[in-house]
Design a protein around this ligand. Sequence first.
Ligand code: F3S
Length: 372
Amino acid sequence: MNLIVKLGDSFGADKLIEIKSAHTVLNFGLNFVNAAAEILNRTAEAGLKVKVRTTADPIIDLNYAEELKVILPMFTLHDQLMRDLERIGVYGFTCTPYYLDNKPQFGEHYAWSESSAVIYINSVLGGRSNREGGIIDIACAITGKTPYHGLHLSENRKGQILFKILFNDWDTFDLTSIGLKIGEIAGNKIPVIEGLKNISTYNLKNLGSASASTGAVALIHVIGKTPEAKNIESAFQNDKPEEIIEIDKDSLKEVKEKYSTEWKNPPKNVSIGCPQLNEEEVITVLNKLDGKKILPNINFWICTNELTRDSIKKSKHFEILKKSGAKLTTLCPLLTPLPRPLMTNSAKTCFYSNASYRSLDTCIKVATEGKK
Ligand code: F3S
């Protein structure tokens, strides 16, 4: 309680509010979370429990222990973290818990810390959360409260910069690149996008996670899509944009190159799904893999949540997966340090690591035909 009160004071919050759920990024057993892991351990030792439904980011996928054996020794804190999260009542390990039972509702308040998930709940579902931090998220989950500041207040959800998308034949690769560009420009301001009203919610997830990587963006109003942005007036709360920026297809070339690391050698690993994919997205990937075979020296990872993985395993699409040699997994391709060269269609993975940034089609082509 002291922790979140101090946090609230630092942001000028005058009270705490009840939250409906929490989501923590404190899940990974790598050494860099040492200090937070110790706090979590003391929390569990003290017998404290979360008060609201709380999920956590993905963990290592031990179903692939053989393929990952080179990197497994790095996960020194894995068992302790898992045990302590379980002791305080956290379960469900995915960065897209809104595809499970932790699905925020319009106008309700939350304390989530995974940036790609925070931007999704604010922009797609109309729930309200700031970008919390690891341990703060646990403190919020245990108290069931968060400081009332930032995006919890309606006036702070007002759009600030208008982005006009000047072309309409965009694909997912264009959309994630638009996301990278918007995050760069917006910083911590709230972007409003005009011209994407037909975007799917999963592509909005992919675009949002890119913006939340290059910028501190936690809410994007997409006109015609975001519940609070039925039109320009409501997105800007009847005010005027501070700036108007036009994005055409050509301007994306630079961003596609900027965040890509080019490797001389062909990839050892190709990952799809950061943020983790929903069932529709997994099926799209599998349909593209139908009749193809992943080359023997490449691991092709399709990252999703446990529920989707189990559902695909029971579906007719499982046959395609088996024949192709691709791996359906619950791991996070960024925090699992897969041996390089790594190729991915994820803008977020490329922003935070030295991976090559390619479209899904190119990733599949390279993984099945080799790098030309
Ligand atoms: Fe999810 Fe890991 Fe990407 S947590 S958003 S798959 S970095």
